[in-house]
Structure formats: C-alpha cells, structure tokens
Design a protein around this ligand. Structure first.
Ligand SMILES: Nc1ncnc2c1ncn2[C@@H]1O[C@H](COP(=O)(O)OP(=O)(O)OP(=O)(O)O)[C@@H](O)[C@H]1O
Ligand SMILES: [Mg+2]
Length: 324
C-alpha cells in the first residue's frame, strides 16, 4: 500500500521584484496513513511552504518543481477542479491565525457547514446536526447557541477549536495543522494539543503538525522531520529523539530545550544565523557555518540517507558513526 502523502524532490522558489527565495531545496518526505508527523524547524526554514504546497495554497509567486503524491495523485499537476474536490474534503488545514481565516460577517455555523454543502456531503439539516455535534466534540459549551454566533463573540482559544471543527467536518484523510497553538496562552495550548491528538487517534487520520517547538512535536507526534534552510536535516521516530538523534543541528535544538528537572544554568544555543535563502544555496552542507563538528568533506552536500529503520540523516559525520 502506498503512503497517504509522498513528497519527492520538491523545490520551491518565491520570485519577488527584488529577490529569489530558495524556500524549499530538494525535500523528500512521507506521511503514512494514520500517523502523526511533525515538521520542526526555525522560522523561515520552509515548514509552512512545504505543507501549503500540498493542497496548492501557495501564493502566485511560488514556482514549484517536484512531485507531491497525495493518495497516489500528484497535486502539483492536478487541475483546479480536482484540487477543489480535495481541499476541505480529503485534506483539512488549520491555520495559525483563525481570525485571518474566518469570515467576520458569517456565523460560525454557516462557515462550519460550508464544506459539507460545497462537497454535497449532507443536506442543510443534516449538516447543521453534524456541525453542532462536532462543536461539542471540540469542547465548545452550548453548541446549539454557539452555532448561530459570529467570530467576534468567541475567544482566541475557542476560535482555534472552531477552526479544528471546520477542518475536520468533512472527515479528511489528512489534517495539516500549521502552528495552530502559537497564538494561544500555554494552558489553552495544552488543551488544544490534547484535543488534536484525541481526534487524530479516534478518526485514524494522518496529521502533519508544523511547529518550531520540538517539545510540542514530541508530545503530539509519532515521527519528526527536522528542516533547516528548506531542506530535511533528519527524519526519525519521536521515541528515538533523545538517544538516537544524530545531526548536530538537531542535537543543538535538543540541548536548548529547558528541563524542569535539570540544573538552573544558561542553556546552550546554536551560534550564528540561519542560512540566507535569498542567496544561491552553497554547494556543501548548508549547516556547516554553524556546525561545531565541521569537516573538510562538508564542502560537499551530504544527501539524506537512511541510517536505521525509520531514520534518515543528511550529515557526513552522522553517516560515519555519529557524534556523542
Ligand atoms: N510569498 C512569499 N514571497 C516571498 N518569500 C516568501 C513567501 N512566503 C515565504 N517566503 C520565504 O520563504 C522562506 C520559507 O518560509 P516559510 O513561511 O515556509 O517558513 P516557516 O518555516 O514556516 O517559518 P515560520 O516559523 O516563521 O512560520 C522564508 O525565507 C520566507 O521569507
Ligand atoms: Mg510558517
């Protein structure tokens, strides 16, 4: 059986009047059916770009090259009509900022039932019932009354719950959640993460969770892709993160996570700045300027290769036995 989503040799450039941004530089990634996969990386590493390319929601200045096989169909090449049949129905998306996405002039109920009516999946009456039951499932109290209210009558945390309901209403096979909790305070963030995990398990759907927070990724997901400068540096199972991670970039990220049971001291950080993707990408490893373990061979680009089952890494050192 083929995986639900397979991204192959993906390159994405943004063309602006001033510059060309090499946002995605040869990304391969796979999301098996029913799995929760995290995409982790610093700001600008290309996390949103790679996932928004899946349902083709990138702006018009994006030049996409490569394959994005969703359920065997390449969304890079699909017609607009076929894409519209996928969006909202087979692929649900939760965006970072619900207020930017929701229409302030329509009730929450109208916006919730829209995907069901658009895809002819239910009558208006059945759609309303389904929407109210889903509002209840995502933890909105008094869902019948809430159904008729407008976005401004909801708090930020409640709107994010509504966004989750809108993304799920048509029972998609894949849910893409792009930093869905970064705008919320910590306790509400934790509630939303628990909710997402519960819904993902109950429905057996695939989840791609985009975040800059490795600890959150580990809490929610089964596997992690670590991105840097529009490339995948390492891919591994969450349970292998602590003892098996190999790339110096990922090791650096791991060390900069504060631990409640650890000593109170300055956390290590990765020196230097992220790579400038508006310049032509260097020939060698793109992390070498910031890497404490740089070797002469790093002037050549290390490919992403398997080093164990469910584990790939793009680093010469790691491929020669790893670092301690
Ligand atoms: N519409 C656009 N036009 C030009 N450049 C863009 C556009 N959208 C994104 N970029 C650039 O592409 C690169 C990748 O951006 P992307 O938004 O995918 O990063 P990200 O990892 O999601 O970051 P963040 O954590 O800040 O959301 C960045 O250098 C960004 O400035
Ligand atoms: Mg982003």
């Amino acid at each position: 059986m083929h995986p639900l989503l397979q991204v192959k040799k993906l390159n994405i450039q943004f063309h602006t009047d001033e510059v060309r941004v090499n946002a995605i530089n040869g990304v391969d990634l796979t999301v098996p059916a029913g799995r929760a996969v995290a995409i982790v990386g610093e700001s600008g590493s290309g996390k949103s770009t790679v996932m928004m390319a899946v349902p083709r929601l990138l702006p018009g200045n994006a030049i996409v090259d490569g394959e994005i096989l969703f359920d065997g169909r390449d969304t890079v090449k699909l017609s607009e009509k076929d894409l519209r049949a996928l969006r909202g129905r087979e692929i649900g998306v939760i965006f970072q900022n619900p207020t930017a996405y929701l229409n302030p002039t329509k009730t929450i109920g109208q916006q919730l039932i829209e995907p069901l009516l658009y895809h002819h999946m239910a009558s208006a009456k059945a759609a309303k019932q389904q929407a109210i039951s889903l509002l209840d499932q995502v933890g909105i109290a008094d869902p019948e009354a809430r159904f008729n209210m407008y976005p401004f009558e909801f708090s930020g945390g409640m709107l994010q719950r509504v966004m989750i309901a809108i993304a799920l209403i048509a029972s998609p096979k894949l849910l893409i959640a792009d930093e869905p909790t970064t705008a919320l305070d910590v306790t509400i963030q934790a509630d939303i993460l628990v909710l997402l995990k519960k819904l993902q398990r109950e429905r057996g759907m695939s989840l791609v969770f985009v975040t800059h927070d490795l600890a959150v990724a580990a809490q929610l997901c089964d596997e992690v892709y670590v991105m840097y400068g529009g490339m995948v540096m390492e891919h591994l199972l969450v349970k292998s993160l602590v003892h098996e991670s190999k790339h110096p970039y990922l090791r650096g990220l791991m060390q900069s996570i504060p631990r409640l049971d650890g000593p109170v001291e300055r956390l290590p950080y990765i020196p230097g700045n992220p790579i400038n993707t508006t310049q032509p990408m260097p020939k060698g490893c793109i992390f070498q300027e910031r890497c404490h373990a740089r070797m002469p061979v790093c002037d050549e680009r290390p490919p992403l290769v398997g080093c164990a089952e469910h584990h790939e890494v793009a680093c010469w050192l790691a491929q020669n036995g790893g670092i301690s």
